[in-house]
Design a protein around this ligand. Structure first.
Ligand code: DON
Length: 320
């Protein structure tokens, strides 16, 4: 028995149990051959498919890792969560349902059909149309002011001030983001984006290209698990009151059209990115992240989903 936990609800969350769960999930899926890197963005296809790391950060700021938790991949759609958080802090949680909405679309993440269904409403900040609109809502007088604010905010979540754009990913994405430009123009045409839709698309493309490791992502997730306070740095990044709304959007749409399956299996608000990152949040307990680039059909890391599902089950992470 571990006396430090008092044998209460969190008695599964001991260092020994956490390390054992991480190691088991790492070993169980290391040899897995399913899935493939995203290839619709050329630079992502070239990333080493063998990168595989798992990191878990408890709300008391302890960091547990296994595998490659240093290699950086593009954050991609996981960035959408933290830009959403910035808009919640600047403009209030009601600004989002009143704009693009907070509902599942049931469509792929870059669906144009989903925009057309409700003229850009009844969507959410985690699909591209909603995300580019969310980026357009970040306040600032110039491109640079807005971009620096976003990058600094991500750095505060990760607990490091030197996050950088992976320039060849940015360039590759910027060269191939015509569909996102079309999405932004539609959101502008329907009145959801108020400023320059091409500026919003470019900042969005840049935010997707920020390099992060599994450890960075787990610290970011743990801040959401810890009611908006980064448990490693002690800095408050969100009002505690706003965190449940952020987690609700993640639960609704974090894994795109597989969000329901994911919630059914784990109960955890999560978010995936096509760079191979996946984060999940067990409120009041821990944030967890996996980096492993091979994706399934829905665009979610194959190893990431399996590893987090098993680890959370072993540690009693499901809040339901
Ligand atoms: O908008 C895009 O196409 C990418 N930069 C990000 C998409 C993404 O990560 C979707 N994820 N599963």
């Amino acid at each position: 028995a571990d006396s430090s936990t008092g044998g209460g609800l969190d008695s599964k969350l001991t260092p020994d149990n956490i390390n054992a769960a991480l190691k088991k999930a790492y070993d169980d899926y290391k040899g897995l051959k399913e899935g493939k890197n995203a290839d619709y963005i050329p630079a992502l296809a070239k990333v080493d498919s063998n990168i595989y790391g798992i990191a878990l950060v408890t709300v008391d700021g302890k960091i547990y890792t296994v595998g490659d938790v240093k290699s950086e991949v593009a954050i991609e759609s996981i960035s959408k969560v933290f830009t959403m958080a910035k808009v919640m802090e600047e403009s209030g949680v009601e600004s989002l349902p009143h704009n693009m909405g907070v509902d599942a679309t049931g469509q792929v993440f870059n669906s144009i059909y989903a925009i057309e269904q409700h003229k850009g409403a009844e969507m959410n900040p985690l699909v591209n149309a909603g995300a580019i609109t969310t980026t357009s809502m970040v306040k600032g007088k110039s491109y640079d002011e807005i971009w620096n604010k976003i990058l600094n905010y991500y750095g505060e979540f990760a607990g490091r001030s030197d996050l950088k754009v992976i320039e060849d990913v940015y360039k590759s994405e910027a060269d191939t983001n015509q569909r996102n430009q079309a999405i932004a123009y539609l959101m502008y045409a329907y009145g959801h984006i108020k400023g320059d839709p091409m500026q919003a698309t470019d900042i969005y493309t840049r935010q997707c290209s920020v390099g992060v490791s599994a450890k960075d992502l787990a610290v970011m997730a743990s801040t959401l698990a810890n009611a908006g306070v980064n448990p490693v740095t002690g800095k408050t990044l969100m009002k505690a009151d706003d965190v449940p709304e952020a987690l609700a959007v993640m639960a609704t749409a974090g894994l795109y059209d597989d969000a329901g399956k994911w919630l059914y299996a784990t109960g955890l608000p999560g978010k995936s990115g096509v760079g191979g990152g996946l984060i999940a949040v067990s409120p009041g307990k821990f944030g967890i992240a996996v980096v492993s680039p091979p994706l399934d059909e829905a665009g979610n890391s194959v190893r990431g989903q399996k590893a987090i599902t098993d680890i959370s089950a072993a540690l009693g992470g499901n809040p339901y």
